[in-house]
Design a protein around this ligand. Structure first.
Ligand code: FRU
Length: 483
């Protein structure tokens, strides 16, 4: 039996072995992408191919920790109903033996060209990195072509997560990197044929320019046009918290600017975080045939209390975010739930017009484990307004401080922790709750908050409270259990 077959067989056995215990977990989500067993992290190779959407993902089948990753694979025609496809890549070859790490996909000649990082470590933990190519005719089976990019001079082996695109008659690749001076950077490559790649230089970071001193590693870069600008998304590591910013262990965000494909240079502005919640990292986008720039992210952050999630008892860990469409408004990236998320709704909306006067109220009609809630026409004279889902998570708008805050009871020690950002005025909220996750879209995606939380399984209430007066309209839908 080949190494690839051995690994596949072992992963499927692991899945079978723990199926019951995994499925019994009350914190399994109803409509998000999860692993069948083990750990899921970054979205990879996200692509619409021959009409169908494919999301591959980082997967460790054998434990709820990191290690020699596989590429798992989900596909869908509507973003609501997903097929869990067979394993796409196993770390079977010498150049990827410690993991088929993150990467991307592009369609060429009617085939999927997938680029990913072959991670190799020796007994002493020394790392090697290879950017590899694998080609698929139909999205399921990949023909591995091995390394196509070797580590250029000037970088450590923390060099990974190739994202490839076509522009102005050539192919480009950005790779997340760390320079020898231990600065985070994005490296740029160019190719005419998708197989031979030339190193073009550091696109940003690496001790120069606006991101000269911005952490020690950039992971998962993604460069694409949005509206009038080019957006570079990446996940930097080693940024110190500063006021309300950079509160997670690692960040995920973007810079907006102009990429010049002829010179391989990128002029850009300041780094902005994409999400303000506790759990959002390694986002990846694709463009679909409707012209939409769609993003998935991993709903977690590496090294941030990963081993304390209660789902570990049930042999699985982590989930993806909902798919979101990106829009550029006033030079800023906004995220809104993909239109298809409306197809998750079961039945008509429950609508309630609410007026609260210095009081707390539990609305009987607004409760559940997996639901969407929209709050519009909010009018408040002063003070704050909040909503609490279950007994685990609270979202607060303070009109005086002009802030929005997400508070959760920590799953590590029960202490309340918070994430916060400025919002001049709260006009609308869209909230997606899925048993143990929450995604809050503030003012049509001006800000988003994404987090896991673990309410008592029998508490499915939503409580509203205000310090003064708040008037608003709620519409609420139960959402399908598609998993
Ligand atoms: C980001 C990341 C990537 C790497 C992958 C490994 O979460 O660390 O840089 O390719 O995960 O699973």
């Amino acid at each position: 039996m080949s190494r690839d077959e051995q690994l596949r067989r072992a992963a499927y056995e692991e899945m079978e072995k723990h199926k019951d215990v995994v499925e019994k977990d009350p914190y399994r989500l109803h409509y998000h992408l999860m692993p069948t067993v083990g750990l899921l992290n970054d979205p990879n190779g996200f692509i619409q191919f021959k009409g169908t959407y494919h999301v591959y993902y980082q997967w460790m089948p054998f434990k709820t920790g990191h290690g020699a990753k596989f590429w798992g694979h989900y596909s869908s025609n509507d973003f609501v109903n997903w097929t869990h496809e067979e394993i796409a890549l196993t770390p079977s070859e010498w150049y990827e033996k410690n993991g088929c790490y993150s990467g991307s996909a592009i369609e060429h000649d009617g085939k999927i060209y997938a680029y990913y990082t072959g991670n190799v470590k020796d007994e002493e933990g020394n790392r090697e990195t290879y950017q590899c190519l694998a080609i698929s005719e139909e999205s399921l089976h990949f023909d591995k072509r091995g390394p196509v990019v070797h580590l250029p001079d000037g970088f450590t082996a923390h060099f990974r997560d190739p994202k490839v695109w076509e522009q102005d008659g050539a192919f480009f690749m950005v790779v997340g990197a760390q320079t020898r001076e231990l600065k985070g950077a994005v490296a740029l490559f160019r190719s005419d044929d998708l197989e031979n790649w030339d190193y073009q230089g550091v696109l940003t970071g690496g001790g120069e320019g606006r991101l000269a001193d911005f952490g020690y590693m950039f992971e998962c870069p993604d460069l694409f046009p949005l509206g009038e600008r080019d957006i570079l998304i990446f996940s930097p590591q080693g940024i110190e918290a500063s006021g309300m910013k950079y509160q997670n262990v690692y960040q995920a965000g973007y810079v907006a600017g102009q990429f010049d494909s002829a010179t391989g240079t990128f002029e850009h502005g300041e780094f902005e975080e994409l999400d303000r919640g506790f759990d959002f990292y390694a986002p990846q986008t694709t463009l679909d045939d409707k012209g939409r720039r769609i993003l998935f992210a991993w709903m977690s952050v590496p090294d941030q209390n990963e081993q304390d999630h209660p789902t570990i008892e049930h042999k699985w860990l982590h989930t993806m975010t909902l798919p979101r469409e990106l829009k550029l408004v006033d030079g800023k990236v906004r995220q809104v739930p993909l239109e298809e998320m409306e197809d998750l709704r079961v039945g008509p909306a429950i609508q309630v017009n609410v007026e609260l006067n210095r009081e707390t109220r539990v609305l009987k009609a607004v409760k559940g484990k997996a639901f969407e809630m929209e709050i519009t026409d909010l009018s408040m004279t002063e003070g704050w307004f909040d909503l609490t889902v279950g007994d685990g998570i609270r979202f607060v708008y303070s009109s005086g401080e002009q802030t929005v805050t997400l508070e959760r009871k920590s799953y590590v020690n029960g202490v309340v922790e918070k994430r916060q950002c400025s919002v001049k005025q709260l006009n609308s909220l869209r909230v997606f709750v899925d048993t143990s996750s929450i995604e809050v879209f503030v003012n049509e995606g001006e800000e988003t908050f994404t987090a896991r939380f673990y309410p008592s399984p029998n508490n499915d209430t939503v409580r509203f409270e205000t310090s003064h007066q708040a008037v608003f309209t709620i519409r609420k839908w139960d959402l399908k259990h598609v998993n």
